[in-house]
Design a protein around this ligand. Structure first.
Ligand code: GAL
Length: 379
């Protein structure tokens, strides 16, 4: 299989903000039954302040540190006391942390799970104690104890990644010309519902090109089961990529590394450098989260694209949900049908992810969102 001439010009649509989802743009107040997922009014309703437990999965990636900081700052500004805990990707540690939050008087819990289905017992304890739970970014599965869900359009993230690859490589032109690109997939954790949806979104765009041979996956690993990486491990992504490069790609370059997370993109970058790839044959590498390091890599060309998810906006939405369950008000939600956790369909607010690459990074992340300063990015 011959390598193709790279299409270096991205379509204008690629640099534009990609409106992917947000409940089809409908952000109207919901008339769905609020907080009917099994929680009673908390004991502290109508009181000022109160204690909120915020359980975050790990400090190993920058985004969760930002998420935790944002939540703490915004809740404290409203007069709440915040118990912020990180579980360092240890399921049992997260269970213990949440048990402690319940025991020490938290009146509402905000949880970004390490393993979305592993918290059912402690969630039932919270429900029993009349403590409402809000799922933060990752849906809490198999429980009726969750009141609301604040996240991004997770299938939309996958669609945006797939569309980026399609446009950047001009797959339709390649198909016309009978050319092909090699591609490998590095997908998210099997215990994270976001990862399943992301893969669905990616394949919704790219499957047809795999089917007709415009994209060639030499390992044959395209299904979610074959490409998911437990706990979003950067090390595993690097290991996989090293194995691929010395095996399947010993005699032919890898053209596209379709990854679901900036951490994977870092692992892939290290593997490529170890295998002697240079700017001349560097593949297209996608990611997710637009972490500071990813943005720097995008600017220096060692990562091609990422998906910007403004965690400050996410925290804002989540805080309105906390306020609602604490005060008996109704938060704004924009999706009442998508997020079925196997027990209840959780009323959700989905923020819009934005595809970024070197052409729009400064505009989207620095100028519009003021997420990083130009200085931080070395601009
Ligand atoms: C997912 C989230 C991604 C990424 C990943 C690894 O749940 O949707 O944005 O942060 O976790 O942390």
């Amino acid at each position: 299989m011959k390598r193709k001439v790279l299409s270096t010009i991205l379509a204008a649509s690629m640099v534009a903000t990609m409106a992917v989802g947000c409940g089809g743009g409908n952000s109207a107040q919901t008339d769905a039954p609020a907080a009917d997922a099994g929680t009673e009014a908390p004991a502290a309703a109508d009181q000022e302040g109160g204690k909120i437990g915020v359980a975050m999965p790990t400090q190993s990636s920058e985004r969760w540190i930002k998420d935790g900081d944002n939540m703490k700052e915004k809740l404290e500004a409203l007069g709440y006391e915040v118990d912020l805990q990180y579980a360092e990707d240890d399921v049992q540690m997260q269970v213990s942390q949440i048990e402690n939050m319940i025991a020490s008087g938290s009146q509402c819990l905000v949880i970004a799970a390490v393993d979305a289905g592993a918290l059912t017992t402690v969630e039932a304890q919270a429900k029993e104690a009349g403590i409402p739970i809000i799922a933060y970014d990752r849906l809490l599965m198999d429980t009726d104890a969750v009141s609301y869900y604040a996240s991004f359009d997770n299938e939309g993230v996958g669609t945006a990644i797939g569309e980026y690859v399609k446009t950047a490589k001009d797959l339709d032109a390649a198909r016309e010309a009978g050319e092909s690109y090699t591609i490998e997939f590095f997908m998210g954790s099997p215990d994270d519902n976001n990862a399943v949806l992301l893969h669905k979104g990616v394949m919704g765009v790219l499957q047809e090109y795999l089917d007709d041979g415009t994209l060639v996956c030499k390992t044959g690993r395209t299904s979610f089961e074959d490409t998911c990486i437990l706990r979003w491990s950067q090390e595993t992504a690097q290991q996989w990529c090293e194995n691929y490069l010395t095996g399947f790609y010993a005699d032919e370059d890898l053209d596209i590394a379709c990854t679901a997370f900036d951490g994977f993109a870092y692992g892939v970058k290290a593997a490529l450098q170890g295998a002697g790839y240079t700017a001349d044959n560097w593949p297209l590498i996608t990611g997710q989260d637009a972490e500071l390091m990813a943005c720097k890599n995008i600017l220096d060309g060692t990562q091609t694209a990422s998906i910007f998810k403004n965690t400050s906006l996410l925290a804002d939405k989540c805080v309105t949900m906390v306020e609602a369950v604490m005060k008996g008000a109704e938060p704004e939600i924009n999706d009442t049908t998508t997020y079925d956790n196997n027990v209840v369909v959780v009323p959700s607010y989905l923020c819009t992810p934005i595809s970024v690459d070197k052409d729009n990074l400064q505009e989207v992340v620095v100028e519009e969102a003021k997420y990083y300063t130009a200085e931080e990015l070395g601009l």
